[in-house]
Design a protein around this ligand. Structure first.
Ligand SMILES: Cc1ncc(COP(=O)(O)O)c(C=O)c1O
Length: 382
């Protein structure tokens, strides 16, 4: 049988590879981005109660109205603006589906979408699966600042979309207002749509503010913004998220969503609706994660890593050039997992061209005891 792959460049992701290697060698797994502690028991009770109450059949295609209303209330409290739950908010099976659906709704074969590297691994394959082209522009370490003049040079008559991820995984940056203004200038100049992955919106540190495209006066009308309850409520296995977009864009989004998943897990939507009505636990997220970031950062520094300050997300980037400058980042991540029992993620797979920087990414969404064990293992590096 002759199968013509639509994604010939895609293999097993680095996340799967590093998690498998961590398992094989009994290493502390700080590679993949998921918590190793339980989510709020109130959320689990709400899920059990929703299932027991019989909410086990298909939810409405666009999402449970109570959940969309609770999200609209949350957005209003965050951004001081109203969002119509009926026409602007769609519940999805995680942010990954929201990203794929947005891309499928917007891009035609032959179109181009701008992607800023290092970038989250689902963006480029989702673009390629539409027969469109990901035009990847590398932002250099250590600050990964977008060079808007350079980005502008990559726009052609076929460019339809620019993707941004803010706060950024893996760069751990949080864009200042000036960058959102520059993004709005670019999008208006070339009539581009903006797909904003804001799954780490609440994970910004040191008193900084996250600036959403939804709160920007010129971006909201041309942006699709994507969120993940998995990240916000320490429940990545639930795979529930949502997309916020103006009515005309949401209508196109829903045409794809309808035939990709139709409707999202019903009891989990009931549970999240109730939880969002009762709790504002998301307001405490930065305070929850910042001490973990600081704990891991101190341990990495002591072990000889040079750190790139993490302004957001639950990741810390570390330069290992003072430890094993002879190794590429892939070699170093494997070596550290096997020899020192701590798994990380090398940075080069996040860029089309790879990278010669000596950087690996560690996840600090872990119990303090897990982080302490990892730090203990790393002290042998000194
Ligand atoms: C930047 C970014 N976007 C999207 C996702 C996926 O979110 P979800 O698990 O809700 O699909 C992740 C998960 O790690 C992520 O880091």
């Amino acid at each position: 049988m002759n199968i013509r792959s639509k994604l010939p460049e895609v293999g097993t992701t680095i996340f799967t590879q590093m998690s498998a290697l961590a398992g094989e060698h009994g290493a502390i797994n700080l590679s993949q981005g998921f918590p190793d502690y339980p989510c709020d028991p109130a959320l689990i009770s709400a899920l059990a109660e929703a299932a027991a109450a019989g909410h086990n059949q298909y939810a409405p295609m666009t999402g449970l109205p109570a959940l969309r209303e609770a999200i609209a209330a949350k957005l209003e409290s965050q951004h001081g603006q109203s969002f119509d739950p009926a026409s602007e908010i769609t519940i999805t099976a995680g942010a990954t589906q929201a990203l794929f659906t947005s891309i499928a709704a917007i891009l035609h074969a032959g179109d181009e979408a701008l992607v800023l590297d290092p970038s989250y691994d689902s963006y480029a394959p989702a673009i390629h699966a539409q027969g469109a082209h990901a035009i990847r522009i590398r932002l250099p370490a250590p600050d990964f600042r977008p060079d808007w003049a350079l980005i502008d040079q990559h726009v052609t008559s076929r460019t339809r979309l620019i993707l941004i991820n803010n706060p950024n995984n893996p760069a751990t940056t949080n864009l200042p207002r000036a960058d959102l203004d520059a993004l709005a200038d670019l999008a208006e100049r070339h009539d581009l749509l903006v797909l904003a992955d804001e799954v780490y919106e609440h994970l910004v540190f040191d008193g900084q503010t996250h600036r959403s495209v939804l709160a920007h006066p010129r971006l909201r009308s041309r942006a699709m913004a994507v969120y993940s309850f998995g990240k916000t409520f320490h429940a990545t296995g639930w795979k529930i998220g949502y997309c916020v977009a103006p009515p005309a864009l949401s209508a196109e989004f829903r045409k794809i969503h309808q035939f990709l998943v139709f409707a999202v897990n019903s009891p989990a939507q009931h549970a999240l609706a109730r939880y969002l009505q009762d709790s504002q636990s998301w307001r405490a997220l930065a305070g929850f994660f910042q001490p973990r970031r600081d704990l891991l950062a101190a341990g990495l520094q002591e072990a000889g890593f040079k750190l790139i300050p993490s302004a957001g997300t639950y990741f810390q980037l570390a330069d290992y050039s003072a430890i094993r400058p002879d190794l590429t980042d892939l070699e170093f991540a494997r070596w550290l997992t096997i020899e020192h029992k701590v798994a990380s993620i090398p940075l080069s797979p996040f860029s089309e061209q790879g990278s010669s920087e000596r950087l690996v990414r560690f996840c600090f969404a872990k119990q303090e005891s897990t982080l302490a064990t990892a730090i203990g293992n790393l002290q042998a590096l000194r």
